[in-house]
Write a new protein. Structure first.
Length: 305
């Protein structure tokens, strides 16, 4: 049974995957009260307020801010941008959640953590921080639900392949013949919202989330072609070329290091994954690449009639 206690959603303004923003909307649609935490007052904060959320401004790296926003909430979604302070923010959230005594903490992680151990980490600073964050939350004794999605369609494929598909009808990534099974952040948000709405049965669980099909990038390009009614091909660029492009884009070092590792792991076929978390939690199958590209056709340069 869903109860009506206040739910805190962090990272609610949304930027890339915008899981927090979508979760806020889904919970409000269910008639549940939401406190949406944002970093600053802007149009996105105003839109959340207009949708019916209580909007609070704060910094997840500032313990006093986190204590102020968590106090009064029964359940929490914790997620923020891929960034250097992720582990610190997680431990601050754990300390506060213990002090407040929340009923559920839904933690955004990554599916790569499923393959990590003391002997096997990865060079990605973000993946290492998620791995350590999960351990710190386990030690905390908090009622945690862990969400481990694979690569996002919104937060990875849209920004990183959108421009080349738009300009050259080409997906340019250093994935070699590696398979991948990206998941829509919209589906990830549906899982998080379902867990927050009725957290009891999910406490202590780990949900791995993928799309419906693991395939190589040539097959992914065929789904793009079918959705856009024009030929989209896959170009396997070298890891060095990709790293140069990411550096040219001026991204923070932490994010570039993470994306370079994602490229290497794809090339080594470590993203060949299949998990049923989306359907198990929401009762609906995950979105395919074809469905996603159809929905976002304009951002990929439009569909030929
Ligand atoms: N992208 C992928 O392929 C992928 C795959 C699996 C898992 N994940 C995980 O998904 C999470 C990211 O989710 P997402 O894409 O939904 O996030 P997102 O859209 O990038 O939104 C994150 C939000 O966090 C806010 N934020 C950042 N630093 C903050 C701070 N210090 N205090 C308060 N708020 C802060 C940002 O605010 P501003 O917008 O104001 O900066 C932003 O709105 C990460 O844990 C990542 O590891 C991502």
């Amino acid at each position: 049974m869903a109860d009506n206690g206040l739910i805190l959603v962090t990272g609610a303004a949304g930027q890339l995957g915008a899981v927090g923003r979508t979760v806020t909307g889904l919970l409000l649609d269910r008639g549940l009260p939401v406190r949406a935490m944002v970093r600053r007052e802007d149009d996105r904060a105003a839109a959340l307020r207009a949708a019916g959320a209580e909007v609070v401004v704060g910094d997840l790296l500032e313990p006093a801010d986190v204590a102020r926003v968590v106090r009064g909430c029964r359940r929490v979604y914790f997620g923020m941008s891929v960034s250097a302070g992720y582990l610190e923010a997680t431990v601050i959230m754990a300390a506060v959640a213990r002090d407040v005594g929340v009923d559920a903490l839904v933690n955004m992680s990554q599916m790569t953590v499923s393959q990590m151990s003391l002997q096997h980490t990865t060079p990605s600073p973000q993946q290492r921080q998620h791995w350590l964050s999960e351990q710190a939350l386990a030690w905390s004794g908090l009622p945690v639900v862990t969400i481990r999605p694979t690569v996002f369609l919104e937060g990875f494929f849209l920004p990183l392949t959108g421009p080349s598909v738009r300009d050259r009808s080409r997906i340019e990534l250093p994935f070699g013949r590696g398979k991948t099974n990206p998941v829509a952040a919209a589906d990830v948000a549906r899982v998080v919202a379902a867990v927050l709405a009725d957290s009891g049965p999910h406490l202590g669980r780990i949900y791995e989330l993928t799309g419906p099909r693991s395939q190589d990038m040539h097959a992914v390009a065929r789904e793009f072609s079918d959705a856009l009614h024009r030929e989209v091909t896959y170009a396997d660029i070298s890891p060095e070329e990709w790293e140069r492009e990411l550096n040219r884009a001026g991204l923070p070092e932490h994010l570039t290091g993470h994306l370079v590792t994602m490229g290497e792991l794809h090339r080594a076929d470590r993203y060949d994954r299949q998990a049923d978390g989306v359907e198990r939690v929401t009762g609906r199958p995950p979105m395919s690449v074809w469905e996603f590209v159809s929905l976002h056709a304009e951002e990929f340069g439009g569909r030929r009639s």
